[in-house]
Design a protein around this ligand. Structure first.
Ligand code: SAM
Length: 262
């Protein structure tokens, strides 16, 4: 089943050709979608060599000779230097930059600009609201706060998400014209609870303070029980939103001087 966000991009794209496509922050979900499209070729970039290796094995059957999975960092000017793609997808890339190239977020779209031939589709998660509107939202906020606290204590950087307004400003200052913006409310279910709390637990072995690690493990277990009970009682309510932006390269018009015309 195609994800709602990718279906929306397919609708925006209409009957246009996909041509050559760059997945600028790849992963299992976006690659799954990209390999279902009628592209001439695709290139998928990840910041982690281990992810590149895993995806190469997972997608062995779908990778054609002209497709490639590349491991590199967008801070490296040599990464895909001189290449150009009809379509560039930046799916959940902006938020992940904090983990791979801290403080590079404001340069991301400028860095991608020369690679975009026709369309840039950017997808991201808006920062979560500060306050919860219902018990399910309350428990989800507790989960993401505990997850990020554990990641910080484990010596890593949690992802940092940006609102659509910030993204529009950044795109417009990076040589793009924004054509479409859409927001999609999210309904997290129990898989989110399990995945996020597992992510929180996975960094605990890195903590030197074992007593603190033990307390956090209890907190994770208690929150998991509470979240699952809350979900069983009231089901999923909307919490947070994703944004999708379609931007195109701004055409640079040189100032024309008409000589002799006074
Ligand atoms: C959250 S994942 C993207 C999810 C993916 N699109 C999916 O559908 O599963 C973020 C991706 O962006 C990559 N990434 C983040 N910062 C990067 C950077 N500075 N340079 C290159 N890749 C980066 C990560 O390595 C990862 O592959």
């Amino acid at each position: 089943m195609t994800d709602t966000l990718f279906s929306y991009i397919e609708r925006l794209h209409g009957g246009a050709e996909w041509g050559t496509l760059l997945d600028a922050g790849t992963g299992q979900k976006s690659l799954d979608w990209i390999t279902s499209l009628d592209t001439r070729s695709w290139t998928a970039v990840t910041g982690e060599a281990a992810v590149a290796e895993r995806l190469t094995t997972e997608f062995e059957k779908q990778i054609r000779p002209r497709d490639r999975i590349v491991s590199g960092n967008w801070t490296d000017p040599a990464l895909l230097y001189g290449d150009r793609f009809d379509v560039v997808l930046a799916d959940y890339l902006l938020g992940a930059i904090a983990g791979f190239a801290p403080y590079f977020q404001d340069r991301l779209f400028t860095r991608l600009r020369p690679l975009v031939g026709s369309s840039l589709y950017a997808i991201g998660l808006a920062p979560y609201p500060q306050n919860a509107e219902n018990p399910w939202a309350e428990v989800l906020l507790e989960i993401v706060r505990l997850r990020d606290a554990c990641i910080l204590l484990g010596g890593r950087r949690p992802y940092r998400e940006y609102p659509a307004d910030w993204v529009l400003r950044s795109l417009e200052g990076s040589g793009f014209v924004v054509e479409e913006v859409e927001k999609f409310p999210i309904r997290y279910g129990t898989r989110f609870v399990q995945e996020q709390l597992n992510a929180a637990g996975s960094v605990l072995p890195r903590l030197a303070d074992r007593a603190l690690a033990q307390q956090l493990e209890y907190a994770i277990a208690e929150l998991r029980d509470r979240a699952l009970s809350c979900h069983a009682a009231m089901g999923s309510q909307p919490f947070g939103e994703d944004w999708i932006v379609l931007a195109r390269p701004k055409i640079q018009h040189d100032h024309a001087y008409i000589q002799g015309d006074t």
